[in-house]
Design a protein around this ligand. Structure first.
Ligand SMILES: NC(=O)c1ccc[n+]([C@@H]2O[C@H](COP(=O)([O-])OP(=O)(O)OC[C@H]3O[C@@H](n4cnc5c(N)ncnc54)[C@H](OP(=O)(O)O)[C@@H]3O)[C@@H](O)[C@H]2O)c1
Length: 329
């Protein structure tokens, strides 16, 4: 029996295009002692995938190589096992790949049967750890402060904003449509939301954050970055989680002024969620409690079908998702 997979056929030049992936049919592996076979059911699509297609050797992960199956995170069911830690019938989450079946690895986590794949990918895995570690460990939020988060209607941003609200902050979300702004304020309880594609952004931010900005959780980059940066208060913190507006560009946009970092005693820190794996249990516990109390909620943008993977990845860069992007098959 064979299964389907997508291999990288060439690196993208600028935007991701369909032709950088080849759909192939691969033979099912025969298991050796200690191995287990996972049938994927839900796959996470992440902007980070674009950075895994950058030919650089100094990032936190090596780039996907030409001819390799595209890397991803996913949830699946163990269908065959020669490893007692991962018995057949259990569900797992971990680093997988764009393929219907994957050989499991020891870093995978077994999922509690009561938790849905959507909840795992939205809250209890990398997305939740990213929001939690970035905000709580780097942002060091204090009740009454003002937080601005970009990419606010996406999976990380929507969680960051809700977590900050639960921690007693004033929260302003930046996103790319009026409909998403409405969702942030009406459904998620953000204090204000700004469409970065509208006019008079500086005045809008002034009105939304009248006491200035204490924490800037950066998910996107783009022209709004400088406007937010300029409204940071003294001792402000900038959490550089992602810069999606720059992932397609060979030469990224220039950063903010070091003079302001100096004179306002700002802290600007980039991070990668997997550097914080040791606090995963803490993140799961805090986010789980807030979820149970109704203080945070999640939304998935689910697309069906294995063939949807390349197109789905492109949708992230066009802002076509609200909440966590999941491909189900
Ligand atoms: N540091 C880490 O360990 C880590 C972990 C996970 C994610 N991240 C980063 O966090 C960010 C958010 O990731 P996510 O998974 O939550 O994705 P996401 O926000 O669910 O999806 C991406 C969103 O980015 C926005 N966007 C796309 N192109 C843009 C542009 N040129 N300018 C401004 N906004 C743009 C779109 O929303 P709009 O409609 O609002 O434009 C789109 O829906 C990404 O930069 C990602 O790389 C970092």
């Amino acid at each position: 029996m064979n299964y389907q997979a997508f291999k990288l056929s060439k690196y993208p030049q600028g935007k991701i295009t369909m032709d950088i992936f080849d759909q192939v049919s691969l033979p099912m592996p025969a298991l050796k002692e200690g191995e287990f076979l996972v049938k994927q059911t839900h796959m996470s699509l992440d902007p980070a995938m674009r950075t895994w297609l950058q030919e650089r050797d100094d990032s936190y992960m090596p780039p996907v190589q030409i001819g390799e199956v595209m890397r991803s995170y996913g949830v699946g069911e163990v269908v065959e096992s020669l490893n007692p830690r991962f018995p057949a019938g259990s569900r797992v989450v971990g680093v997988t790949g764009w393929s219907e079946y994957v050989l499991g690895n020891e870093e995978m986590a077994v999922i509690d049967p009561s938790v849905s794949a959507e909840a795992v990918l939205s809250i209890f895995y990398i997305t939740g750890l990213t929001a939690y570690a970035g905000l709580m460990k780097i942002g060091m939020p204090k009740k009454g402060e003002t937080l601005v988060v970009t990419g606010a209607a996406g999976s990380v941003g929507s969680l960051v904003g809700q977590l900050a609200k639960a921690e007693g902050l004033r929260v302003v979300g930046i996103t790319g449509s009026d409909e998403k702004c409405k969702w942030l304020v009406d459904e998620l309880g953000f204090d204000a939301a700004i469409n970065y594609k509208s006019d008079n952004l500086e005045a809008q931010l002034n009105a939304a954050a009248p006491n200035g900005v204490d924490i800037f959780y950066e998910n996107t980059g783009g022209p709004i970055q400088e406007i937010i940066f300029n409204q940071l208060n003294r001792f402000g913190r900038v959490i550089v989680c992602g810069v999606i507006a720059d992932y397609d560009n060979a030469i990224p946009a220039k950063g903010p002024s070091w003079v302001d970092i100096n004179l306002k005693s700002l802290r600007v820190q980039g991070f990668i969620a997997t550097d914080y794996l040791e606090i995963s249990d803490e993140a799961v516990s805090v986010l789980g409690n807030y979820l149970a109390q109704g203080k945070i909620q999640y939304k998935t943008h689910t697309v069906e079908g294995f063939e949807s993977l390349p197109e789905g990845l492109m949708m992230l860069f066009k802002g076509e998702n609200t909440g966590k992007f999941v491909v189900k098959f």
